[in-house]
Structures are given as structure tokens and as C-alpha cells.
Design a protein around this ligand. Sequence first.
Ligand SMILES: [Zn+2]
Ligand SMILES: [Zn+2]
Length: 278
Amino acid sequence: MDLLNEAGFEIGPWKNYKGNRPAANPKYCYNWSFEQPGEAVAVCLWHRSLKQGKGGVSFRRKPRGFAALRKGPGANVWNRRDADFGKNLELAYRQQLPIRVIVVDGEQRNPADLKPKASIVKARLLDPVGWAVTEYDYATGECLLERGKTPVLPAVDSSDLELAWFEGEKSKRAFIYHRRREAKARREKIQEALRANGGKLICEVQNCGFDFAERYGTLGEGYAQVHHLLPLSKSPKNGRETKLKDLAIVCANCHVMIHAGGKCRALDGLIAASKGRE
Ligand SMILES: [Zn+2]
Ligand SMILES: [Zn+2]
């Protein structure tokens, strides 16, 4: 609790616990992740689960599904904490929130044990260096946390809009799967557009030309949305490599209008020449 306080988290409701030791408030003290809405996310990570690689220290999260590992009264609680953990990381990725990490050392209990002993925490330490979620897979919840990184504006992620255009669970799932494979092409599209326009990302809709960096300064640098020109339903079942020419750089306003009413409109003619900025 004190570490979260140190990290600038609001701990009022936790502290107001009526017991004699507020830190032991069961509603909070066993959680693995904490959210300060709109500002930051804090997570507890076991020291031994951290990886030291060439790029620095990182942690890869794989959703665990404790219920499958271990039946028993504790499994639901573990599953809930793991789900909350994943939800908070997704939120951090979507909203580009910094992550504060509380490193935990001690003996982690093995959830696969038939009679697992409670984890024994020997030490907790608030990492003074900030972390960020640098990769997040919406389909599986798997993600990568890296130490010393700042949150990235997921420029290539405008999945909500594209997703809204698909009806039915089945096609939505197919779409998410497709997007997973397409992520690389989307990143490349951004790079290609930056090179082609002297470091600028300009909305490709005729008569728009919106540039996030021009309007918002540093905050908007490197940001744009990527729109898929071809409906997924028209691509072959076994999947076709997404070509860069199938993708378009668009601003948020145009992207919303392209998909308004669950449609996928052409870029041409979206803004009449007389309504253009120039
Ligand atoms: Zn789109
Ligand atoms: Zn635009």
C-alpha cells in the first residue's frame, strides 16, 4: 500500500479499511494490479519472472487459466486476479498509460500443486524506472512489458472502428485473427508513409489532409490511423498477405465517417472539394 502511495496512486478507499491494519484490507492487498484511472497502472511482478535480454528487462504475460490447472475454492479468486491483471494491461496499452512495477521476491506458490502453499513474499520494491506495455495481442491477451520504455501511441491500432463494421461473433473473431497477422503490414504502412511524406503522416482522404503532428504538436507525432481499403469478406479464406497498397493512412474523423453506420465507404468523395481545407 505504501509503495502504491509512493507511486502516486490514490489509496484512500484501501486505507479506510475498518480493521486494525489498513494495509491488510483483503479487498486490495492480494491484488496483482492496480489502476489509477486515466493516469497509470501498477502491477506486481515476481522477480524471477522478469527476463534480462539485449533490449533490457522485460516481462511477457500469458493468460494462465488457473481453473484448468487447479480445481478448488482458490481457483476462482486466482482467475479473477489474473483477468483483472490482463484487463489493466490492456487498458494501459489502449490508453498509453505508464506502468509502475512492484517487484516481488520470495517463494511463489505453484498453482499446479494439489495442495499449494501460500506464496511467501520476502520483499517488495517499487521500481523507480517506469515501464510500458509495448505489445498487446487483443485476441489472446498475451503482452509484453518493457522496463524504461514510454507508452507508444498504438498508431496502427484503430481496431474498434474496423471491428464495429463486422456483424456476428464469428466474423468478428475472424477479423481479430486477421488483424493479428496484419499488424506488421500496418506498422510498415506507417513507416512507408513517413518516408514518402518527409516524416509526416497525412490523412489520405481527398480534401482532408489532416496531420496530427501539425495540429497537436509533439503529442500527435507519429500518430495516424490505418484503414483497410478492402473488405475482409472479399479476401480468400486461407488469408492473403496484406499489401501496403490495401491500407490507407487516415485521420480519426475521416475514419469514423468511412465506417459510420457500419459501412466501409470509399475515400474518394468522402469530403466534397468545396468542403476541403485548402
Ligand atoms: Zn477502416
Ligand atoms: Zn481525414
